[in-house]
Design a protein around this ligand. Structure first.
Ligand SMILES: CC(C)(COP(=O)(O)OP(=O)(O)OC[C@H]1O[C@@H](n2cnc3c(N)ncnc32)[C@H](O)[C@@H]1OP(=O)(O)O)[C@@H](O)C(=O)NCCC(=O)NCCS
Length: 135
């Protein structure tokens, strides 16, 4: 299911099959969350830092809050595990994801020039969870 959603959401060159996703999940701190309505998020926690490795929603299920909800759930998972900051990479050309992350409080902390096959830069974004989960 995770691989099916990832495959439908990303271009073929960026598709992770079940083996690739399983490999990520066997690494220490690896986690995934599934929205059975058609979304998935994959991440990894290392000490007090975490990385969102993939966030995907089926094309026909977008713009109803699934991505935002999955990201928030991943952040809660990270915070519960002791994570304090979340990092991720997004293509400069990915306007939908950039808008989602900006609205969620992510800020640019770095850039990898011409990182993607289409020549787009990767933006490295981060959000501190400090205080975000305070009761
Ligand atoms: C990025 C992605 C996960 C967003 O999922 P989604 O369920 O459609 O997102 P949401 O409905 O939760 O949107 C939350 C906010 O993000 C922004 N946003 C999402 N899609 C947008 C778009 N196409 N254009 C502009 N803003 C967008 C909006 O601010 C939106 O809030 P609003 O609908 O109230 O205006 C989805 O487009 C996707 O799977 N894309 C392909 C994979 C990908 O690029 N993943 C991210 C990189 S790892």
């Amino acid at each position: 299911m995770l691989a099916a959603i990832h495959g439908a959401a990303f271009p073929p060159a960026e598709h992770w099959d079940e083996a690739a996703i399983a490999a990520q999940l066997t690494l220490p701190g690896g986690f995934s969350l599934l929205d059975p309505g058609g979304g998935m998020v994959l991440g990894r926690i290392a000490a007090d830092e975490a990385e969102i490795l993939a966030l995907a929603v089926l094309p026909e299920r977008r713009r109803v809050g699934r991505g935002r909800t999955l990201l928030a759930a991943a952040e809660q998972h990270v915070a519960a595990a002791g994570g304090r900051v979340v990092f991720l990479e997004v293509s400069q050309a990915n306007e939908a994801a950039r808008a989602l992350y900006a609205a969620a409080g992510y800020r640019e902390v770095g850039r990898r020039n011409r990182y993607y096959p289409d020549g787009a830069d990767a933006l490295v974004l981060a959000r501190s969870l400090r205080g975000a989960t305070a009761a």
